[in-house]
Design a protein around this ligand. Structure first.
Ligand code: PGA
Length: 252
């Protein structure tokens, strides 16, 4: 079965609820013709409330806590996210791992909680520059996948985003060969862990822009993008989405 590509915009800590509302309204109006791509907006938690989107547009949270409720000041549960009609939760983003010290074990608990709550995790993985230069990329991806998906029974409802840390927000995009080879490794590792699961979305993230989207979306094994900087601007986000739609239609 052919997977519908995903274009997901991770707004990080940008846009007030009002700004987000107007951004989503403008973007969805400009993308009325889209029907071969799933488009995901991931605003900060405050921007998830009271925002209404219909397929092919979806909402994602950027993080969550694994407990259902309790004395966890500053945290947000899966049920709270679901109540805002979000369908996805980004987990293990490089900034959560490297700035906020999230461990694979925490990320794993979150993955399990998100699945149990009926939502879809977008599990981010990726190596640092030091790890790449030490030839450890495949090992890092394997560890992050094995640990992040521990106790998970199948790949159903899971999206993986391969985001090399050194390419996030730096303007440096991984080369086509690097992206292809990382995506091939990811699929090989997933096949080892889940021999019976169907193929799943593996997105690329890291300095995706209108100028490189066409080349990157055609890399074998890339089923869409997780976009930071370029997802904040109506023009660049709609341009990337249209590019993915055009390439997808051409391939059908
Ligand atoms: P970037 O961020 O597109 O700004 O590199 C990607 C991400 O953090 O998901």
């Amino acid at each position: 079965m052919e997977l519908t590509p995903i274009v997901a915009g991770n707004w990080k800590m940008h846009k007030t609820p009002k700004d987000g509302h107007s951004f989503v309204e403008k973007t969805t109006n400009l993308l009325l013709e889209i029907n071969h791509v799933s488009v995901i907006f991931a605003p900060p938690f405050t921007g998830l409330f009271d925002i209404d989107v219909q397929p092919p547009f979806y909402l994602a949270a950027q993080n969550c806590h694994w407990e259902e409720q309790g004395a966890y000041t500053g945290e947000i549960s899966v049920a709270m996210i679901r109540d805002c009609s979000a369908e996805y939760v980004i987990l293990g983003h490089s900034e959560r791992r490297h700035v906020f010290g999230e461990t694979d074990n925490w990320i794993n608990r979150k993955v399990i909680a998100v699945l149990a709550g009926g939502l879809k995790p977008i599990l981010c993985i990726g190596e640092t520059l030091d790890q790449r230069e030490a030839g450890e990329t495949d090992l890092v991806l394997k560890n992050q996948l094995e640990q992040g998906l521990a106790e998970v029974e199948s790949l159903q409802n899971i999206v993986i985003a391969y985001e090399p840390v050194w390419a996030i927000g730096t303007g440096v995009t991984a080369t086509i060969n690097q992206v292809e080879s990382a995506h091939e490794s990811v699929r090989g590792i997933l096949k080892e862990i889940f021999p019976d699961s169907n193929d799943i979305h593996v997105l690329y993230g890291g300095s995706v822009k209108p100028a490189n989207a066409e080349e990157l979306i055609q890399v074998p094994g890339v089923n869409g993008f997780l976009i930071g900087g370029a997802s904040l601007d109506v023009e660049s986000f709609t341009s990337i989405t249209r590019t993915v739609e055009t390439v997808q239609k051409r391939n059908l």
